[in-house]
Write a protein that binds this ligand. Sequence first.
Ligand SMILES: [Zn+2]
Length: 233
Amino acid sequence: MSAVVFDGEEIPVTVVRSPRRRTVGITVKESGEAILRIPPNVTEAEALRFAQEKAEWIAKHRVRFAKRKRLVREYADGDVLPFFGRELTICRAEGKTVRAEIDKSTLRLTGPPGTDSAVFRDAVIFLFRREALRLLRPLVAEVSAAAGVEPPALRVRLQERKWGCCTPKNGIIINVRALLAPETVIRYLVVHEVAHIRFRHHQESFWAEVERLMPEYREAERILKEDGWQWVF
Ligand SMILES: [Zn+2]
């Protein structure tokens, strides 16, 4: 097994020969495993030297992925959940049926004793999807007006990876997880999808439109990339 060293720690690296590659590539999987892909004209020793230069980057990603695995919500009394740029504190109560409702800065979760946290999770997602439609519609209308397009039909879905999409019929879909993000990120996701109505690609003209609609979009994108994994139910 090959390895790189960072901060005194030996990080194992799996070496893969890739006949079709032209350059050395390093990826870190969610499991923390580092993969080094080598093209035919590069020796393993050369590739490992390259990997060693990137050791800090590899270590940083391993830490990021290791942190991710610890985030599991219990929906316990007193837990805090972000909600559209503010925070809700969970207040658990006993009742015959499972219910989730927002009352100012309280997220009230009612259910029979012993209700599984997964059941509350589903109830919260259902509530947040409804709230997302209510809260995002004015924002979609505002951004559409600025973009000079008809306000698109809005749908909200729970998705693992994608934050949003613009459908062929010019509807937009926003991930309900966006409600856990800071407001600037929520605005960016709406701006991004609304900009796709006129620019159905990621070329320069698209990004120019995004910047026109939201000059500070790069910062929102950076927060999304770095913190997005935490916005889970
Ligand atoms: Zn896009």
